[in-house]
Write a protein that binds this ligand. Structure first.
Ligand code: ZN
Length: 482
């Protein structure tokens, strides 16, 4: 590695993110086509989302509700009056040659997202949230390209942040926090593999003593959080190097080359007036009443931070455990269901924090894909509480349930895992262990307490691990203690 030349000045970084989130509606934004992922290309389409001339869009009210709900969750001001506009551009992913979006009167203004980076809390301000239609997807093959219109007309919410983010770490934390809230709110699945969440990055640097922001570059269409982190780390360093060498930053759009790990210049930035925005004549403005907004506010879900505090209070969980469980809404839901059904929250959180988390990360699985239901885990906990199962037996049943699902009681019976508490059988094993190990017996009676553990191990082995350990201990003590 070459030695970095020492920098003459300190630099400040300003990053803003425009995050596009596909909304979880049943149908598309202007037509009745299903809003689903993974269909054969150009099968979930109709004349409206194909952009045929003469068709008329009809606004899907659910898309408005979800956008406003997101705005309420982020503390935005909700517009009582907003409208749609045509954003003109020419590209094969949009046969109308304009995208219906919102220009000067978006649905939500202001608000913010709290992030924690290295123990410091910070609020990243939101500039606005608007609603628009997603466009088609261009697929490029060896000899040709194809356009898939299934995605065209998917309701898309764009969340524009202020340039408050000061590092790649903060940008990453912002996206994680945003995703967590949107999933909690049922706004979007935020499934990155399916392109549910994509973002454009604006980034500039400037000498720390200067007030005005530096010239920004834009990195388009990032679809992984890791890509955002890596591209920003690269771009920040690139801009500082340019300035250090006495150069100037050009305002331009850059593309992230993930394989090479660099951003590359694509084109100089187009300005807003290039899009020739004008009001969409085929759609009525969106007028929302206070009553309607209040009704949506009343259905707001519990936010992750609130839920974390509640889990600590209600179930006596440590802060750390509560944080791990609420990080994924589906995991928190699963835990609470197990706690409720088993009546043993402590055991429920123990299983979730240890075996469940370990297996999920080993198999790279989402909890929704696990065969074991909350009912069956609760059943397993009850079997332990009723002393039918001992700890090693319970662990075995857990792994069977994780792989195959099923009824824990049946698994215990089929595998003969029920622990043996019958005093006749236990006494016989205890007698055998005592008879076979006179030295250990003498050691124990001579004051070596550890010898009892050895005898206990012998009994457990004789029982093939099924003896009830506390009862074995009792029986040994009763037999050997004076
Ligand atoms: Zn359609």
């Amino acid at each position: 590695m070459t030695q970095q030349p020492e920098r003459k000045v300190e630099y400040k970084v300003s990053i803003g993110l425009e995050t596009h989130v596909q909304l979880k509606t049943r149908s598309k934004i202007w037509c009745g086509c299903p809003n689903v992922f993974g269909s054969e290309p150009n099968t979930d389409v109709c004349p409206i989302c194909l952009g045929y001339p003469g068709t008329m869009p009809v606004l899907n009210r659910e898309a408005v509700r979800l956008t406003v709900t997101a705005g309420l969750m982020l503390g935005c001001e909700i517009s009582r009056y907003s409208k749609f506009d045509r954003k003109s551009y020419f590209y094969p992913d949009m046969p109308k040659n304009y995208q219906i979006s919102q220009y000067d009167l978006p649905l939500c203004l202001g608000g913010g997202v709290d992030i924690d980076v290295e123990g410091t809390r910070k609020t990243v301000r939101i500039h606005r949230i608007h609603l628009e239609e997603d466009v088609a997807k261009n697929n490029h093959f060896a000899q040709s390209s194809g356009v898939d219109f299934n995605r065209a007309g998917t309701p898309l919410m764009e969340i524009v942040s202020e340039p408050d983010l000061a590092s790649a770490d903060e940008a990453f934390a912002f996206l994680v926090a945003l995703k967590q809230m949107l999933v909690y709110g049922g706004i979007s699945d935020c499934n990155l593999e399916q392109g549910n969440m994509r973002c454009d990055i604006n980034c500039s640097v400037r000498p720390a003593e200067r007030e005005a922001l530096g010239t920004k570059t834009e990195i388009k269409n990032m679809n992984t959080f890791k890509g955002v982190y890596r591209s920003l780390s690269y771009e920040i360093k690139r801009q500082i190097d340019v300035l250090e060498q006495g150069g100037t930053i050009r305002q331009e759009t850059r593309r992230w080359d993930d394989d090479a790990g660099v951003t590359r210049s694509m084109r100089t930035k187009e300005y807003a007036h290039d899009y020739r925005y004008f009001p969409e004549p085929d759609l009525m403005p969106v007028v929302l009443s206070d009553a309607e907004i209040d009704a949506w506010r009343a259905t707001l879900p519990e936010m992750p931070a609130t839920r974390r505090e509640r889990l600590m209070r209600e179930y006596g969980l440590p802060d750390y455990d509560a944080g791990v469980l609420v990080a994924d809404k589906a995991i928190a839901d699963y835990f609470e269901e197990v706690a409720r059904l088993s009546g043993n929250a402590k055991a429920a959180s123990n299983w979730m924090m240890t075996e469940m988390m370990r297996l999920l990360s080993e198999r790279e699985l989402e909890i929704g894909a696990v065969r074991m239901t909350p009912e069956s885990l609760a059943g397993l906990i009850r079997l332990v509480d009723e002393k039918v199962l001992n700890a090693p037996g319970a662990k075995e049943v857990f792994s069977v349930l994780f792989e195959e699902g099923g009824d824990p009681k049946k698994i215990v019976d089929e595998r003969g895992l029920a622990q043996i508490s019958d005093s006749g059988a236990l006494d016989q094993w205890v007698e055998d262990a005592i008879a076979a190990n006179p030295k250990s017996v003498a050691d124990y009676q001579g004051g070596k307490k550890a010898a009892l553990q050895f005898l206990m191990g012998q009994v457990m082995r004789a029982s093939k691990g099924k003896a009830n350990p506390p009862l074995v201990l009792d029986a040994l003590r009763k037999r050997l203690d004076p």
